[in-house]
Design a protein around this ligand. Structure first.
Ligand code: SF4
Length: 318
């Protein structure tokens, strides 16, 4: 494909069966090539979120499919245990959000049944039901925390956005450079913030080290996107394991270094892809939950099986 004059192409998300992913991705990548390809920079890929930024580093090939070519495997294709796990987590998140806002737990479960049962499926719904004691325990611990600490305000499921100068913008603003939905930020009367992120899975016995980058991003998003704080502490509520782990306090002076670190991290990932000149697969921990796994794994050594042509075509658009 000869490089042509660049014209921005913004694909609409396309829901397709897994067996059509390669064909549709190829069509779209050729269309991109016909329009001059893409310029991959930290500012040319739309707003970043903790998961998008992590994916660029973890697997450039999946990043290309998800965020540039915007193919998405239809729900019916995801009726695996891993697919169901995602929906169980979403249902549990909704239940927590509603009861933190004051809804009765039985009512929250009824509402979740209406909204999430189809996706979770009959086979797995009992797993949502089995989380109820842990959710009740979490609410009990939250009540004790509130009684013992001076909580000024709770902002459940807070949507935050900042522009490239880390000035606050609306979550959906076209100028948003970074954005995120923070599950449970609690602003204290002393100007500190305590942030809790709900995770359906995970193992508290391994600590929260693997979540630190995401939690730091939330601290910075709150500090710059909502309100300046004196200190921030953040942690994980492991819903299935029924445990909460909170990390150390970060003072404002350190929170203010986070945007620079994020910038360097994104630039590093972008540079690596530009230097390689292709969006290559990287085997990593998210493969287990990746929709493309059945067509990506078990190919010829050193390739991404049926997805290999996408990587090869990607050389023509960078
Ligand atoms: S299965 Fe793994 S290597 Fe393949 S696209 Fe998904 S995340 Fe990348």
């Amino acid at each position: 494909m000869a490089k042509k004059k660049k014209k921005k192409v913004d694909f609409k998300k396309k829901l397709i069966p897994l067996e059509q992913v390669v064909e549709v991705a190829q069509e779209r990548i050729i269309e991109l090539g016909d329009n001059g390809g893409i310029t991959l920079t930290p500012y040319s890929m739309g707003a970043w979120s903790p998961s998008k930024q992590k994916l660029l580093d973890k697997c450039p090939l999946k990043f290309l499919l998800d965020y540039v070519l915007k193919v998405q495997v239809i729900e019916e294709e995801k009726k695996t245990d891993d697919g169901a796990l995602r929906h169980i987590g979403t249902a549990a998140h909704s239940i927590l959000e509603w009861i933190i806002q004051g809804m009765d737990i039985e009512e929250a479960y009824e509402k979740a049944h209406k909204e999430h049962y189809k996706d979770v499926t009959e086979e797995h719904w009992h797993k949502v039901v089995s989380l109820q004691p842990n959710i009740e325990e979490f609410m009990f611990r939250l009540k004790i925390f509130k009684a013992q600490h001076k909580v000024a305000h709770i902002f459940p499921e807070l949507k935050l956005g900042v522009d490239k100068d880390w000035q606050p913008v609306d979550f959906f603003d076209d100028n948003a450079f970074f954005r995120g939905i923070v599950d449970l930020p609690m602003l204290m009367e002393n100007g500190d913030i305590v942030i809790i992120d709900h995770k359906h899975g995970g193992f508290p016995e391994f600590g929260i080290r693997n979540y630190n980058e995401q939690l730091d991003t939330y601290k910075a998003l709150f500090h710059f996107g909502k309100q300046k704080v004196n200190n921030a502490a953040a942690g994980i509520h492991f819903i299935k394991a029924g445990d909460i782990l909170i990390g150390n306090k970060t003072p404002a002076s350190s929170i203010e270094q986070i945007p620079n670190k994020l910038q360097v991290y994104i630039e590093g990932s972008v540079d690596q892809i530009n230097d390689k000149g292709e969006f290559k697969y990287k085997r990593n921990s998210i493969c287990t939950y990746c929709d493309y796994q059945p067509i990506c794994h078990n190919g010829k050594r050193g390739t991404s099986n049926l997805l290999q042509p996408i990587t090869e075509l990607s050389r023509e658009i960078l």
